[in-house]
Design a binder for this molecule. Structure first.
Ligand code: GAR
Length: 196
C-alpha cells in the first residue's frame, strides 16, 4: 500500500452527514486518501445532492432492482473493483451485506454505528439507550464482520444522556460525535494500511 493514496468509496442510504464529514476530511492535503466515489442504494437519498454539489462521482445502485441480496452485492462488488477501491466506508448505509461480500473485503470495510457497541446492535439505538436508563451513549466506528454491527472497534465516542432527552435530541448529540469519530477512525485505518 506504500506511497499511493488509498482509494475510498463511501456507501450511504440517506441524509449523508457522515459522508460529508468524511469527504471534507479526505480532501485535506495531509490525508493520504482519495474519495473516488460514493454509492447510494436509495435513489432519493439526500446525500446524492451533496455529491453533485461537491463533484463527487455518485452511483445509485437501487437494491429494489435486484432479485436477491447476492445479486445486489455482486453488482456492488463489481462496481467497487472496477473503480480500484481499496477501502469502503459505510456511512449510514442501511443495508445488510452478505457474508461473502464482507469476507471478501475483510479489513477494508468499515462502518459507523450510533451506539457504544457491543450495546444496541441494529435499529432504534437512541430509544433503547433511553429506555434502559443509560447515563452514557455514543457511537462506534468498527471493522465489519459478517455478523451485523460486529467487528474490531476502531474509535468510540461517548455523550452524556440528559434527563430531558428524547430520541431526537440524543441522536443529534451522538451525530455531532460521529462527525468527529469517523475522520479520526479513518486516520487510524490509513496508518494501518500504510504499514501493510
Ligand atoms: C448515522 O447516525 C449512522 O450512525 C447511522 O445512520 C445515521 C446516518 O446519518 N447508521 C446506522 O444506523 C447503521 N447501522 P447520515 O446519513 O447523516 O450520515
Amino acid at each position: 500500500m506504500s506511497g499511493a493514496p488509498v482509494n475510498i468509496a463511501i456507501l450511504f442510504s440517506g441524509h449523508g452527514s457522515n459522508l460529508q464529514a468524511l469527504s471534507h476530511h479526505i480532501a485535506r492535503d495531509d490525508v493520504p486518501a482519495r474519495l473516488v466515489m460514493a454509492i447510494s442504494n436509495r435513489p432519493a437519498a439526500r446525500g446524492i445532492d451533496f455529491c453533485a454539489d461537491a463533484n463527487i462521482p455518485c452511483e445509485i445502485i437501487d437494491h429494489t432492482g435486484f432479485e436477491s441480496r447476492d445479486a445486489f452485492d455482486a453488482k456492488l462488488d463489481e462496481t467497487l473493483r472496477a473503480a480500484g477501491i481499496d477501502l469502503i466506508c459505510c456511512a449510514g448505509f442501511m443495508r445488510l451485506l452478505t457474508e461473502d461480500f464482507v469476507n471478501n473485503w475483510r479489513d477494508r470495510l468499515i462502518n459507523i454505528h450510533p451506539s457504544l457497541l457491543p450495546k444496541y446492535k441494529g435499529l432504534d439505538t437512541h430509544t433503547r439507550a433511553l429506555e434502559a436508563g443509560d447515563r452514557e451513549h455514543g457511537c462506534t466506528v468498527h471493522y465489519m464482520r459478517p455478523e451485523m454491527d460486529d467487528g474490531p472497534i476502531i474509535v468510540q465516542k461517548t455523550v452524556p444522556v440528559l434527563p430531558d432527552d428524547t430520541p431526537d435530541t440524543l441522536a443529534a448529540r451522538v451525530l455531532e460525535q460521529e462527525h468527529i469519530a469517523y475522520p479520526e477512525a479513518l486516520d487510524t485505518v490509513l496508518i494501518k494500511m500504510a504499514g501493510t
